[in-house]
Design a binder for this molecule. Structure first.
Ligand SMILES: [Zn+2]
Length: 97
């Protein structure tokens, strides 16, 4: 039975195009020209979503998808820094669920 008002906001992964509830994604946000992992999911700024899966992050890094989505060029060092934050958030998500 469907319950009114239980609809969750959906997000789309910029790498694989998967649609799912917001809490299955990690948000990245561009703030003052710097891209950071947005653990709260509520930071202001232009955002992009990735599945909370290492595979999607690796593809994003390989194909430069995050930089393109956020209109901010990212270097290999940037991806490395973001990858570490991303892994931490993935771990927290896994523990929470
Ligand atoms: Zn994905």
């Amino acid at each position: 039975m469907k319950t009114a008002g239980s609809k969750k906001p959906l997000r789309t992964c910029v790498v694989c195009g998967r649609n799912d509830a917001k809490d299955h994604f990690v948000r990245f946000v561009r703030k003052d020209g710097v891209v950071v992992c947005d653990a709260s999911g509520r930071a202001a700024g232009r955002g992009a979503y990735l599945c909370a899966e290492e595979a999607c992050f690796e593809l994003a890094a390989k194909k430069g998808r995050l930089g393109r989505s956020l209109k901010c060029p990212l270097s290999a060092e940037d991806y490395q820094r973001l990858g570490e934050a991303f892994s931490n958030i993935c771990q927290d998500l896994r523990q929470a669920s």
